[in-house]
Design a protein around this ligand. Structure first.
Ligand SMILES: Nc1ncnc2c1ncn2[C@@H]1O[C@H](COP(=O)(O)OP(=O)(O)OP(=O)(O)O)[C@@H](O)[C@H]1O
Ligand SMILES: [Mg+2]
Length: 266
């Protein structure tokens, strides 16, 4: 999808610094995401990827710099109105959801970002939509099953459906492939690739450690190292052997076969 350069950014971070308990976690970070873009953020453990997503989701305030999300500036906007417009899918939501909540309710309650369905009223259309989203993820047979007992791969599909239920204007995914077997990883890649191709999808940002997990159709990449984005741009500009080697401080060869990326240590 081509988006004009001058389109208003969805995320605009300028010179952002985050200090936590005396540690500098993000430092002097600049990043712009525009409508229609699908980003992957790659980087080693502890480089600041999760922290970056928390800032982009308006869940964490920077210690310095300027953060603008969906046209609103952190510090000048009531985050209670901004946060519901942004979906952040991460491991922490799994811990918050009741283990015996049916998967269908996990999805439906995403309409309000709630943890239970009894807090709000849901229409027949809401339940139909939840069912449809489960089906799109290939997990509609699991609607009645407890969230706590479904497999890791099924859980990621349910969480993605839950995120989409709220019709977010920005969708952020923190390591959705963690712990998935080959089949579950491939099914999630297909789903994320279909979302990337859908012009109705919001801008997407996916954090991962592996080039193999870049879904076909993604457009941009950022490489995180030691609290900063050391390279940003289109996938072909950024996901190169030289740059990925620099980022992971390990000599690697990186390539793309058709629409799938690979990497291996040299
Ligand atoms: N609340 C905190 N207090 C102190 N240090 C923190 C805090 N949160 C994060 N950090 C540190 O900041 C650094 C970046 O953490 P972050 O979780 O953003 O990295 P990450 O790139 O997501 O790592 P991973 O790939 O392992 O998930 C780490 O060194 C971490 O220990
Ligand atoms: Mg992380």
């Amino acid at each position: 999808m081509t988006v004009p350069e001058e389109a208003d950014p969805v995320i605009a971070l300028s010179n952002v610094t985050v200090r936590r308990e005396g540690t500098v976690v993000l430092e002097g970070l600049d990043w712009v995401v525009r409508p229609g873009e699908r980003w992957v953020i790659l980087g080693p453990n502890g480089s600041g990827k999760t922290t970056l997503l928390q800032v982009a989701a308006a869940r964490l305030w920077p210690s310095g710099g300027v953060v603008e999300i969906l046209g609103e500036r952190l510090g000048q906007v009531d985050v209670r109105t901004l946060r519901p417009r942004i979906a952040l899918v991460s491991g922490s939501i799994i811990r918050q959801l009741r283990a015996d909540l049916p998967a269908r309710d996990v999805v439906a309650s995403g309409r309000y970002g709630a943890l239970e369905t009894w807090w709000h009223r849901y229409s027949a259309e809401d339940w139909d939509k939840a069912e449809h989203l489960l089906k799109s993820g290939g997990v509609d047979a699991l609607g009645g099953r407890s969230f706590g007992v479904i497999s890791e791969g099924e859980r990621q599909q349910v969480l993605l459906a839950r995120a989409l239920m709220g019709e977010p204007e920005l969708l952020l995914l923190d390591e959705p492939f963690a712990g998935l077997d080959l089949g579950a990883r491939e099914r999630l890649l297909v789903r994320l690739s279909a979302l990337a191709a859908d012009p109705g999808s919001p801008p997407l940002v996916l954090v991962t450690h592996h080039c193999e997990e870049i879904p076909p159709g993604y457009t941009h990449a950022g490489l995180m190292r030691r609290g900063t984005l050391m390279a940003t741009g289109t996938l072909v500009e950024v996901v190169t052997s030289e740059r990925v080697s620099d980022c992971f401080e390990l000599p690697v060869s990186v390539g793309c076969d058709g629409d799938r990326w690979w990497s291996r240590a040299r």
